[in-house]
Design a protein. Structure first.
Length: 210
């Protein structure tokens, strides 16, 4: 992880499995006035029409992953990469360096006492060395499956394939400095975020102290 500096905000890397509740936790930090840099949003930005990544994706995957307007068909791409490990690695090789560079740029431009950087695949990302502290949003796998079925996946089998393609729960927890148990209700999650906000503000003050 990054070495702390008294000239920049403390960087909190927020991660967790798909459908674990990362977006909810990030929104709760944002409600407290904390800058949130979400690599999922950046991932969408770098494949907007005219971006260099889009041409590379077209060259590697063909027209089948584009819609009638020439935009990336994210649902089709998701289905493809979670059924084909090589396709997933090829897409990551195109996107991850660009996402990492843009994340660092936005981090440098952000203010606040500390900042939250949302990285779903933090365990295998170069951004792990960029953050000062890791917060893992954790929940039971069966709850993730239920949320995926309600949100993204078409079948239980597909949902489990998506989970299997990511780092396992143990790997994520092994890099955690802090953990939010998101098996409960929103009120419980909000309390956890408020407690961590106090901790991170204190750590940020200590980092800036001469």
């Amino acid at each position: 992880m990054a070495n702390s500096s008294d000239t920049r905000p403390l960087r909190i890397g927020l991660t967790g499995g798909i459908a674990s509740g990362k977006s909810t936790v990030a929104e709760l930090f944002a409600e407290l006035g904390i800058p949130v840099i979400d690599t999922d949003i950046i991932a969408r930005d770098v494949v907007e029409p005219g971006q260099p990544a889009l041409a590379e994706i077209r060259e590697r995957f063909g027209e089948g992953v584009f819609d009638a307007e020439g935009r990336l068909d994210r649902a089709m791409m998701r289905k493809l990469i979670f059924a084909d490990d090589k396709a997933r690695r090829d897409l990551e090789a195109i996107l991850h360096p660009r996402i990492g560079a843009e994340t660092q740029k936005r981090s440098r431009e952000a203010a606040g006492p500390y900042q939250v950087i949302v990285v779903p695949l933090l365990t295998e990302s170069a951004l792990l060395d960029f953050v000062d502290r890791v917060l893992v949003v954790d929940c039971d796998e069966e709850l993730q499956v239920q949320r995926l079925l309600a949100r993204d996946a078409e079948t239980t089998e597909q949902a489990r394939r998506i989970l299997a393609a990511q780092a396992d729960r143990g790997e994520r927890l092994s890099i955690a400095d802090d953990v939010i148990d998101n098996n409960g209700d929103l009120r419980s999650t909000r309390r956890s975020v408020i407690e961590l906000d106090r901790l991170y503000r204190r750590l940020a003050r200590q980092q800036r102290r001469p």
